[in-house]
Write a protein that binds this ligand. Structure first.
Ligand code: ACM
Length: 633
């Protein structure tokens, strides 16, 4: 996916240090709106009395707090509706406080009591998240942890989000992630007050949601052949290789995930990606295709099947649903009916991205449709399809959303647009009065490499500092139409949940701060200091994260004699970089990088390592000079 945006996503090392660094130094991500530090600290008693009204919507917040406090700190929580001596108190405002809105809160920590006030339960939940970040990092441990002073600094915080849509997209189609793994992903995202999980449920490699009226989508479409290595370059599977790799969520699983997410104030946005990216559906039901021979297709296992180069993608096997085929609309009606019943979120995302048109161009049925409907281009054929689909979605009481390709050939009347090819599509849609969510490759694509080196090879790079520059509202549009933003984790090259976490964190924190915190509170150096504190918490929680921000970036020019002049930059301030060209592994007794360095004539490898003072902090980087030479313009 997404190859054509390589250029946009590269080249990211510049700054960025917009707002004033807040003086509070509490390490909270996302940065709260207002923090007033006080003297003293609160100590968790062995038994916490929690004063909380018994409204049912507060029950999940109480359960969450209980579980967090009992695990590592071993603290029991007794809940009372009135308790003047309570050490923690939840208050749901009787009179709505318009400043903090539906998700905001105020948190007061005094030596005696922690009080969280909010208009709605979501705000209490976010107040709890902030309180957790004030406690020692060991609160994140999965085990009872002895010998910790469970204190939190006294503080007054008023906080509320900048955007209502604060998302992460998780592609569970390219590689399947189990129900417990999705829960684990949700557990991490809520720590940073992200509230929307976009599940990319269908693609060429698998259909992941049970549709009872179309059982072959999952009996056939959910499985491919297990391949490991560089996805997209695999050999085509042989006919006798077992097609047992993958899986899907039953409708009961989906209900459980929706409830799990709801209890953590997360909405799940389902995505059914059509008309492109639909090979799994076509394999299950070949009569959805315009192309003869589709009944011989197989679910993709990572073997090449698309040409991604050039201005338009072309398909080698026809992975599209046929807009000229009435069966397709009957099929989509069934799918959307069941999806609408499963997911309470008002939107259904129907994909629309990267749809190859080369098979449509050949199809007599498409030619007839174009003549009948007076469609001039293949983009208009897709627009015809999208508009019919929008009606289907709306007929089930849902709102229609798609990737920004749905703008091409004419946008449907109420369609919401998720802008991924930069923010251009988002601007265009907002100017026409449509709702927009920003998730541009340039800042928000979590499948991209996090540095030049030491990363799984993908065709583009997105450094943490660049992700932190994410700004969902372009100057030229009405901010009201920008619902918010999200980061997208595509999983072609992500084979397991540990790698999914590695790719998501800490860039997910950068996106979270960009969609929650006031714009003028953002400050890169201060943010990175907070990220380092969060690393300690992730270690306790045993969540994987990328240390890639400590890896330098490299660029080079060629000297007159053909040798390379190498420039090394660090996105993190205050690091020293030591290097070698002699194939040995540098430490802080090696030359320190200060200005661009000339590679000796016969050297083959540049090795570097970053230190903070005397402590090695980055990973050992080994960079073949031939690779660097290829980057010279
Ligand atoms: C996309 O990345 N193809 C939406």
């Amino acid at each position: 996916m997404k190859k054509i945006f390589l250029l946009l996503a590269c080249c990211s090392l510049h700054f960025l240090s917009f707002g004033q660094a807040p003086a509070n130094n509490l390490g909270i991500i996302p940065e709260p709106v207002k923090v007033t530090k006080k003297v003293g600290s609160f100590t968790l008693p062995k038994i916490v009395i929690l004063e909380a009204a018994s409204q049912p919507e507060v029950t999940p917040v109480i359960a969450y707090l209980k579980s967090k406090l009992s695990t590592a700190a071993g603290t029991a929580v007794a809940v009372k509706s009135v308790a003047p001596s309570a050490s923690i108190k939840f208050v749901l405002n009787k009179k709505n406080d318009p400043l903090i809105g539906a998700e905001g809160y105020s948190l007061s920590v005094t030596a005696k009591k922690v009080t969280i006030r909010a208009n709605e339960a979501a705000g209490l939940f976010y107040g709890v998240q902030t309180f957790m970040q004030l406690l020692p990092k060991e609160i994140e441990s999965k085990e009872y942890t002895k010998g910790i002073k469970w204190t939190a600094p006294c503080v007054d915080i008023t906080d509320y989000p900048r955007f209502a849509w604060r998302g992460l997209m998780f592609d569970v189609a390219r590689h399947f992630f189990t129900k417990p793994e999705v829960k684990q992903y949700i557990d991490a995202m809520v720590k940073y007050k992200l509230n929307l999980l976009h599940l990319h449920l269908t693609d060429d490699e698998g259909w992941r949601v049970e549709i009872k009226s179309l059982p072959r989508l999952t009996t056939v479409g959910a499985y491919n052949v297990k391949k490991v290595g560089q996805f997209g370059t695999f050999t085509a599977p042989a006919a006798d290789e077992p097609r047992t790799y993958g899986g899907f969520y039953t409708q009961e699983d989906i209900k459980e995930l929706v409830q799990y997410a709801k209890d953590r104030f997360v909405n799940i946005l389902p995505e059914i990606d059509v008309p492109g990216h639909s090979l799994a559906a076509v394999v299950a039901y070949p009569d959805l295709s315009c192309t003869p021979g589709a009944d011989k297709y197989v679910v993709n296992s990572g073997e090449p099947f698309m040409n991604w180069n050039g201005p338009h993608n072309t398909a080698i096997v026809d992975n599209t649903l046929c807009p000229a085929n009435e069966n397709v609309y009957a099929f989509l009606d069934k799918v959307v009916t069941e999806v609408a019943q499963l997911f309470p979120f008002p939107y259904i995302h129907m994909g629309g991205d990267e749809c190859a048109k080369n098979f449509w161009e050949q199809s007599e049925a498409i030619k007839a449709l174009m003549a009948k409907e007076n469609l001039k281009t293949q983009q208009e054929v897709q627009a015809y399809f999208e508009k019919r689909l929008e009606k289907i979605v709306e007929s089930k009481g849902k709102k229609f959303m798609g990737w920004d390709e749905i703008l091409e050939g004419g946008l449907g009347p109420n369609a919401a647009v998720m802008s991924w090819r930069g923010i251009k599509g988002g601007i265009e849609a907002a100017k026409m009065g449509h709702d927009v969510v920003m998730s541009p490759t340039t800042f928000a694509y979590l499948d991209y490499m996090q540095s030049d080196v030491n990363e799984t090879k993908v065709y583009a790079k997105l450094r943490l500092s660049k992700a932190y520059e994410f700004e969902p509202v372009p100057d030229s549009v009405d901010a009201k139409l920008i619902k918010g933003g999200q980061a997208n984790l595509w999983t072609e090259q992500v084979y397991n949940i540990r790698q999914a976490e590695y790719m998501t964190w800490p860039r997910g924190m950068a996106i979270a701060e960009s969609v929650w915190s006031p714009k003028d509170k953002k400050n890169w150096n201060y943010f990175f200091g907070k990220v380092e504190k969060q690393f300690g918490r992730f270690d306790e929680a045993e969540i994987k994260y990328a240390p890639s921000a400590y890896d330098p970036s490299f660029s080079a020019t060629r000297n007159a004699d053909g040798t390379l002049k190498v420039t090394v930059t660090n996105e993190v301030a205050g690091l020293d970089t030591y290097y070698s060209f002699d194939n040995s592994f540098p430490d802080n007794f090696y030359p320190k990088y200060t200005t661009p360095i000339d590679a000796p004539k016969d050297a083959t490898t540049l090795r570097v390592i970053t230190y903070r003072g005397k402590t090695p902090i980055g990973r050992m980087v080994s960079l073949p000079l031939v690779d660097l030479g290829k980057k010279v313009k």
